[in-house]
Design a protein around this ligand. Structure first.
Ligand SMILES: *Cc1c(COP(=O)(O)O)cnc(C)c1O
Length: 415
């Protein structure tokens, strides 16, 4: 495959126009949209408007006039369209960690009300740590007789569900390896054992089709600052299937989750629907950015987007093999395309140095301990030529042994 072939792929890319909507960094190849998505031009303009007009001039009246008060719901519905959820089940708020707390509490409460004596939250050793930390925190708070974390290997998750399992907590795409599990199959199998499922969609939402309703998911959480491009620390989302709304409750019972927050009554009475997952006042600047960023997904066919994402990865790996780098960088992401997320991870002895040397050359990838380098492919704005450039720089770094530079002996706080 040569540069002409790569340019040919760009010329028939159905998402080539979408790239124009993003304000991409100058002279850089950005392959880290799985950590922090790029900014759309519209978001920059929208924030200016929110600051200069809504905040500065209209101030408090903006809660009604500019509908600030309904942003968690309206942004939630935009996200719902991307994750296969019918209306009134998805809301935008807080971080994944906080939303996990709420989802776990809600699911454990449902399990407990069924009187089944189930107390196990089953997850995988390699899950994203915050997911596990949140279970540990709840466990410490309510006691192990009500919440006990059990960790198993990823490939054993389904088989390990039993009559003690209250909740299966699974991340669809593994953040280190990019391995995608079969969510539908996991949910069906967990349900057959009487367990509920919480899905973490941090590396799925905006990168591939998700079908929460069709899969009969119970709860889900996800991120808006990765593939949804909502901005650093942008609020996350939480989904709860409608069938659980009557039976669920969550203990972060702040006033925004109240049935009538502006009655200011002393007793908490939860809102009836997904709104009861809200806690406090949303950050309007952050939420406005997500709202605007989601416009880039209007009329996007997620199946086609997924196809491009897989193709970007395939071209990347092909070029890497063509450059005879396949023997030193060992692919740890699955070989089969349907088992992949939207990233490729490689094991390499000097992964940290390699990553830093690439960044020096304007190719932005990231490092994950102990020795993985991750390349994230964001099909809305990455081009095939991006991939070509990345491999060109990769070849030069390794040839010149730039990854061995003593400067890379110590690590930054954020890798
Ligand atoms: C990025 C990520 C998170 C982030 O959690 P926050 O609380 O929003 O910081 C959680 N889970 C997974 C799997 C992630 O990849």
């Amino acid at each position: 495959m040569n540069l002409t072939d790569v340019k040919e792929l760009d010329s028939i890319d159905p998402f080539a126009q979408h790239r124009e909507q993003f304000q991409l960094p100058v002279n850089k190849v950005y392959l880290d949209g799985n950590s922090l998505g790029a900014m759309t031009k519209a978001t920059s303009a929208r924030l200016q408007q929110v600051i200069q007009q809504q905040w500065s001039q209209d101030l408090i009246s903006s809660w009604n006039e500019h509908n600030w008060v309904n942003l968690p719901q309206s942004v939630g519905e935009k996200i719902a369209n991307l994750v296969g959820a019918q209306r009134e089940q998805t809301i935008c708020c807080d971080s994944i960690s906080v939303n996990l707390f709420k989802a776990l509490a809600a699911a454990l409460t449902i399990a407990q009300r069924q009187g089944s004596g189930r107390n196990i939250v089953l997850s995988t050793k390699d899950n994203f740590p915050t997911d596990l930390y949140m279970v540990q925190g709840i466990s410490q708070f309510v006691g192990e007789h009500r919440c006990q974390l059990k960790l198993v290997e990823e490939n054993e998750l389904e088989q390990q569900v039993d009559d003690k399992t209250a909740v299966v907590l699974a991340t669809e795409v593994n953040f280190r390896t990019g391995k995608r599990l079969n969510a539908k199959q996991l949910i069906t199998s967990a349900h057959s054992q009487g367990a509920l499922v919480i899905l973490d969609l941090a590396h799925s939402a905006g990168a591939m089709p998700v079908h929460l309703d069709d899969w009969e998911a119970d709860f889900a959480v996800g991120c808006t600052y990765k593939y949804l491009n909502g901005g650093p620390g942008a609020p996350a989302f939480i989904y709860a299937a409608k069938r659980h709304h009557k039976n669920m409750s969550q203990p972060l019972s702040g006033w925004f989750g109240h049935a009538r927050p502006f009655d200011f009554t002393p007793d908490y009475e939860p809102a009836t629907g997904i709104q009861q997952m809200l806690t406090g006042t949303p950050s309007i600047l952050a939420m406005a950015a997500v709202d605007s960023a989601l416009e880039a997904f209007e009329n996007v066919d997620m199946e086609k987007l997924r196809e491009k994402s897989l193709q970007l990865a395939e071209v990347f790996h092909q070029l890497l093999e063509d450059a005879a780098l396949g023997s030193c960088l060992q692919l740890i992401s699955p070989q089969q395309r349907e088992q992949r997320g939207s990233q490729l991870s490689y094991r390499y002895e000097h992964a940290y140095g390699l990553c830093q040397a690439l960044i020096q050359r304007g190719v932005i990838a990231d490092f994950r301990a102990p020795n993985y380098i991750r390349f994230g492919f964001t099909p809305l704005y990455n081009s095939f030529e991006d991939i070509w450039q990345a491999i060109e720089q990769l070849k030069q770094v390794i040839e010149a042994k730039e990854h061995l530079d003593p400067r890379w002996q110590s690590r930054n706080t954020v890798t």
